[in-house]
Design a protein around this ligand. Structure first.
Ligand code: FES
Length: 127
């Protein structure tokens, strides 16, 4: 089998991701809050609540909020990953409910990631 170049792999991943979103019901994006033991201890529940409140207030219907397990970085909890269709995932660290609200407005509504709170853009896969 011929070897794939990095660009080909990226394209295949983007195509696969797009089809997953379509199968899930045409969501434009997903917020994943990491709820491992340390995430919960660090306040992840309040982060989920803040995102849910913002989602409800906004009336936006094509964003999914979900949870995942441990992300392997205890010291950076609470964390959340934002995956928007056709954009690299962004992992946000050391969140507070205020930061979560700011991220919702800037990234989900405004389309611009909040680099100040991000661990890395495009370097992680959402859980
Ligand atoms: S228990 Fe802390 S990152 Fe897994």
């Amino acid at each position: 089998m011929a070897r794939l170049t990095l660009d080909e792999l990226r394209r295949k991943r983007a195509e696969a991701q797009k089809s997953i979103y379509l199968r899930e019901g045409e969501f434009r994006g997903k917020i994943i809050v990491h709820m491992g033991t340390c995430g919960i201890a660090a306040g992840a529940r309040a982060i989920v609540s803040a995102f849910l409140e913002e989602l409800e207030k906004s009336g936006v219907k094509d964003i999914m909020i979900t949870t995942s397990g441990c992300a392997g970085l205890c010291s950076k909890e609470p964390m959340a990953t934002v995956e928007m269709l056709n954009s690299p995932p962004v992992r946000y660290v050391e969140l507070t409910p205020e930061k979560a609200r700011e991220i919702f407005q800037a990234h989900i509504i405004g389309g611009t990631a909040v680099a100040e709170y991000a661990l890395g853009i495009g370097s992680e896969r959402g859980g």
